[in-house]
Unconditional design. Structure first.
Length: 196
């Protein structure tokens, strides 16, 4: 009966080789808690990224919708510019004597002028503005240089002749203005200015 006099064993004493089982049980729990914390951090990061992506998508969509509203008529407006040009050419082709005449020809001229003004108003009402840059500094984003020539009163790089007006809708150019650009004051005029 040797077993009767033995002391009852505690939980720590019954472990293999005297190891502390409380530490063994705690290690898997700590690993599981660390894994859960890491998963929580990863999921939070993914959620924040998804929210940011949705916000960016919302902003892009709003901008695209606003651009679509503003520029929806661009192709139509660009096509209408040739109509405006032809009306202007028709009026410029009328001789001065015909303008002074009365009757049918005067009524026709007046009708073409009214049509040109109405077309300009309609284009303007829909955000299309005319670019008529005479005297302004040449801007390659808005103007197309057709030629360069000296000009007595304009500095180099300024527009002195508008061959064909341009048009823009919002910040976009539908058609650049075709212009003549000053190459500066002619040499003879420059000498006269120094002599004065």
């Amino acid at each position: 009966m040797a077993g009767e006099h033995e002391k009852p064993k505690t939980a720590n004493e019954g472990a293999v080789d005297g190891a502390d089982t409380s530490k063994i049980d705690a290690a898997p729990q700590e690993d599981a808690a660390a894994k859960l914390e890491q998963e929580k951090t990863e999921l939070k990061d993914k959620l924040l990224r998804a929210l940011a992506e949705m916000e960016n998508l919302r902003r892009r969509t709003e901008k695209e919708v606003a651009d679509a509203r503003a520029y929806a008529i661009s192709a139509f407006a660009r096509d209408m510019l040739s109509v405006a040009d032809n009306l202007r050419r028709a009026l410029e082709a009328v001789p001065d004597e015909a303008r002074k005449a009365e009757g049918f020809v005067a009524g026709l001229i007046e009708g073409v002028e009214l049509t040109e003004r109405e077309l300009a108003k309609v284009l303007e009402r829909h955000g299309v503005r005319k670019l008529d840059p005479a005297g302004e500094k040449f801007d390659p984003n808005l103007h197309q240089a057709m030629f360069e020539a000296p000009h007595e009163s304009l500095a180099k790089g300024q527009v002195h002749t508008v061959v064909q007006p341009g048009y823009a809708i919002g910040e976009r150019v539908l058609r650049p203005a075709m212009v003549g650009v000053s190459s500066g004051v002619p040499v003879a005029a420059n000498d006269r200015m120094r002599g004065e």
